[in-house]
Design a binder for this molecule. Structure first.
Ligand code: AMP
Ligand code: GLY
Length: 431
């Protein structure tokens, strides 16, 4: 098989790295990729906002399968254009990708299908009406831009002042673009978040191992939101009864509901869940794999991912049984100085070989790096994602941080508590 991976971050590096291990894969391209991904795939330039350019690329390369990392090409309709030309692709159609492309669509879908989610205060097209509505909400309130805003379109607002300022930024100053012209307001849910990702061919469902992201920049979940500072996945991180309930009350009704509404969903579907005291509720959908959840999950996949993705693209998912081993994994994001605010790039990265070779079970994925005469330099806010697996969460965490400790670049910062609370919880549930 020849596989084209669309995207150029840590998630796409992790996918390429895992796909390359398949005996049936003879070639991997990553478009556009990045300096570090070039170790595992041939990187080819492409603008991931330009569907026509991605179609021409695929027509030139003739991959047997294309896997799409980020949401934007899917929301723009890459899967429809590939399907029209008989190019096999893993990823939902434009209509199905609305689950991520429009928070209003997603919320109305959840309510129509009776899938548990936060109660809503309404949808607003005018900032005046939105400001007025704030007088009748309970605090905190959650404000969500309807359209894609590169992960910056949601605020859990603690008070009127912050809520009004966010509405102004979205709807009056248009700071996040057209995605913010319409907003949704909903009740804030309390509890622990869980990333529950499944693969589906539209009918059959293959759940991946559950994972947990760490969105805040500082230890103890403090500081501003980021694209994700690390993730973990572990056997036993949620009880089997809870997983069964998630599948029965959320996942199956969602996949069946999309099919029933004439938008059959094919590809990765990410359920952002809140485990509340009154049951699990859906916070959001993503029409793709999570980042950095992918970097944690791939090191536990003891199955042929290429075969599974081929089964998704050809509607034969039913025959696949995945094995997750070892029992746990952790990934730690190494970010550039200043991230998630203004950050510096172009810093030389040292210690990559020592980290990869010196720590069994560890692997370094590049989220944003470029290579110049054999040396790597940072090129984005999140630069590296260091993953490790182990027979327990403690072991995986130790290995990941051992590897992180061998890597240096000026201004690098990372959280020191990824997986630590999870380890305590898994232990407690075993007692
Ligand atoms: P995004 O990934 O940009 O859609 O943002 C989703 C994040 O916002 C989630 O991971 C939660 O941390 C938070 N969030 C979204 N909806 C709610 C809600 N109803 N209650 C509490 N937090 C929420
Ligand atoms: N880890 C959250 C996301 O991929 O959106």
């Amino acid at each position: 098989m020849k596989i084209l991976v669309i995207g150029g971050g840590g998630r796409e590096h992790a996918l390429a790295w895992k796909l390359r291990q398949s005996p049936r894969v003879e070639k991997i391209w990553c478009a556009p990729g990045n300096g570090g991904i070039a170790r595992d795939a041939e990187c080819v330039p492409v603008d991931t906002k330009d569907v026509a350019a991605m179609v021409s690329l695929a027509e030139r390369l003739h991959p047997d399968l294309t896997v799409v990392g980020p949401e934007q090409p899917l929301v723009l309709g890459i899967a429809d254009e590939f399907a029209k030309r008989g190019l096999p692709i893993v990823g939902p159609s434009k209509e199905a990708a609305q689950l991520e492309g429009s928070k209003v669509f997603a919320k109305e879908f959840l309510m129509r299908r009776g899938i548990p989610t936060a109660a809503t205060y309404g949808v607003f097209d005018s900032s005046g009406v939105a400001h007025t509505a704030l007088s009748a909400v309970q605090w905190p309130v959650v404000i969500k831009a309807d359209g894609l805003c590169a992960g910056k379109g949601v605020l859990v607002a603690p008070n009127m002042f912050e809520a009004s300022a966010f509405i102004e930024r979205l709807m009056e100053k248009h700071e996040l673009g057209p995605g913010g012209d319409r907003i949704l307001m909903e009740a804030a849910l309390r509890g622990e978040e869980l990333s529950y990702i499944v693969l589906t061919d539209g009918e059959q469902i293959l759940p991946l191992a559950p994972a947990r992201d760490h969105k805040r920049v500082f230890d103890g979940d403090l500081g501003p939101n980021t694209g994700g500072m690390g993730a973990y996945s572990a056997e036993g991180m949620i009880p089997a009864t809870l997983e069964k309930a998630i599948l029965e009350t959320i996942v199956r009704p969602a996949i069946a509901g999309m099919a029933a509404e004439g938008r059959p969903y094919q590809g990765f579907l990410y359920f952002g869940l809140m485990l509340t005291p009154t049951g699990t509720k859906v916070l959001e959908f993503n029409c793709r794999m999570g980042d950095p959840e992918t970097e944690a999950l791939v090191v536990r996949m003891e199955f042929d991912l290429a075969a599974v993705l081929e089964a998704v693209a050809t509607n034969r998912l039913g025959s696949v049984a995945p094995l997750w081993r070892p029992a746990a994994s952790v990934c730690v994001v190494m970010a550039s100085g200043g991230y998630p605010g203004e950050f510096q790039v172009g810093k030389k990265i040292d210690g990559l070989d020592a980290a990869a070779a010196g720590v069994p079970g560890a692997v370094v994925f590049h989220a944003g790096s470029r290579v110049e005469t054999g040396k790597y330099y940072t090129s984005s806010g999140r630069s590296l994602v260091v993953s490790a697996s182990g027979s327990s969460l403690q072991e995986a965490t130790r290995a990941a941080y051992d590897a992180v400790g061998k890597i240096r670049f000026e201004g690098a910062h990372y959280r020191r508590d990824i997986g630590i609370r999870g380890a305590a919880r898994v232990r407690a549930s075993e007692e």
